[in-house]
Write a protein that binds this ligand. Structure first.
Ligand code: FAD
Ligand code: UDP
Length: 371
């Protein structure tokens, strides 16, 4: 059987394209993944104790893009959820992003919002040009808060100092002078009510889509007849590491089920300083599941293993540009997603990127790409 498209990777990038091409453009699609499941890193399932968990760490959906939210809403109902995180610092669990309460509780103060702005200004070390992940924080709140909340977490998570990483990494986490302790302030914040995997199942349930799991691209590239290729895996691997390896940061996830209904006050606790792991997540906060037991996951950063994060720093951007030149020249091959375009993208950004590629492939006007 001949396919119009072979899509490698059944995460957000590959699955959105499969859905659009099959349903809207009436293309025959073969979607493969080397893993044993769909959903990519957003995959969730019920563990042995019956607790609903995310296999690859906490995935919280948030976006300002109405188009993306409406599009995904075709495949899932939502559970309203606003994410809150605490950082374990100096023996307290303090709000992160740093806000008014963080400062007051850390230092035993009673500052108002204007006063905490003054506090930040007095502590800040202003730099003319903000280039690195150290600059972003030190320029805003000064070195002491930077060292308590950001420096060691970042060194652990990325295996390098924030001064070596692009500003965009720590700029993901804002600093606030009010008491808003939500991690995100996006317009749309919600979790798929029945989970991500169910949402993907509904996306991919179409007669034009065939899904093959436990199948790597290398295994079947020469066995299958297809028109165009959409690739969502690591771009350096696709080109046989011709210019050398692009660094991707990995994690080891350690799950623990505890015989208690609730283990921590919020979904995620960050441990910047004194632990080998970066954070713990208790999934029941995300899913709303009622269960006598609970499961948490510890994230241990590591260099080797499944590629989870592109590493945003100048020399990696240059190396990626070399691979991108090969990608741009490749005929009938399209690269999309977090690994294939080497971008530190969230799920909504990957969805939008996939919709953009669909509009181009199917010659659909941008305004109608998610219709
Ligand atoms: P992936 O989900 O990585 O899918 C790529 C797929 O391709 C994988 O399933 C892989 O097995 C397959 N593949 C690769 N190479 C091959 C090959 N050669 N042959 C066959 N198959 C192959 N985003 C948010 O919006 N909110 C969050 O809270 C959030 N939390 C995150 C937490 C962690 C720990 C991580 C790692 C990421 C998080 N993200 C979050 C980001 C989110 O996971 C990504 O934006 C999204 O999953 C990317 O989708 P993708 O399709 O590009 O890639
Ligand atoms: N970060 C930090 N301390 C924190 C939270 C975040 O130093 O308490 C830095 C760290 O470098 C991290 C980055 O900010 O990798 C982005 O944080 P985010 O929570 O967005 O990471 P993700 O959920 O993508 O792993």
């Amino acid at each position: 059987m001949a396919f119009d498209y072979l899509i490698v990777g059944a995460g957000f990038a590959g699955s959105v394209l499969a859905e659009r091409l099959a349903r809207v453009a009436d293309k025959r699609v073969l979607l493969i993944d080397k893993r044993s499941h769909i959903g990519g890193n957003a995959y969730d399932h019920y563990d042995d104790a019956g607790v609903h968990v995310h296999r690859y760490g906490p995935h919280i959906f948030h976006t300002n893009a109405r188009e993306v939210f409406d599009y995904l809403s075709r495949f899932t109902e939502w559970r309203p959820y606003e994410h809150r995180v605490r950082a374990s610092v100096d023996g307290q669990l303090l709000p992160i992003p740093i806000n008014l309460d963080t400062v007051n509780r850390l230092y035993g103060l009673n500052l108002s919002s204007p006063e905490v702005e003054g506090f930040f200004s007095a502590a800040a070390e202003r730099c003319d040009k903000i280039t690195t992940s150290e600059d972003v924080i030190v320029n805003r709140v000064g070195r002491e808060l930077y060292e308590k909340f950001f420096r060691n977490y970042t060194r652990k998570q990325w295996g390098m100092d924030p001064s070596e990483l692009d500003a965009q990494v720590t700029a993901r986490v804002p600093v606030r002078t009010n008491r808003d302790d939500r991690y995100f302030t996006d317009t749309y914040q919600a979790m798929p009510r029945a989970g991500y995997t169910r949402m993907f199942e509904r996306m991919l349930a179409h007669r034009n889509i065939k899904v093959m799991l436990n199948t790597s691209y290398a295994e079947i590239a020469d066995e299958i007849s297809y028109g165009e290729l959409i690739y969502t895996g690591p771009i350096d691997e696709f080109f046989g590491y011709r210019y050398g390896k692009l660094p991707y940061r990995s994690l080891r996830f350690q799950f623990e089920t505890i015989e208690t209904p609730q283990a921590q006050p919020v979904a995620v606790i960050n441990y910047p300083n004194h632990h080998p792991y970066t954070r713990t997540t208790e999934f029941k906060h995300l899913t709303g599941q009622v269960h006598p037991k609970t499961t948490i996951v510890y994230e241990y950063p590591q260099a080797e293993g499944d590629p989870y994060y592109p590493v945003p720093k100048p020399e990696n951007a240059l190396l990626y540009q070399q691979y991108k030149a090969l990608a741009d020249a490749a005929v009938s091959v399209h690269f999309v997603g977090r690994l294939a375009t080497y971008k530190y993208y969230n799920m909504d950004q990957v969805t939008a990127q996939a919709l953009t590629l669909f509009a181009k492939l199917a010659s659909v006007p941008r305004a109608e790409r998610a219709a």
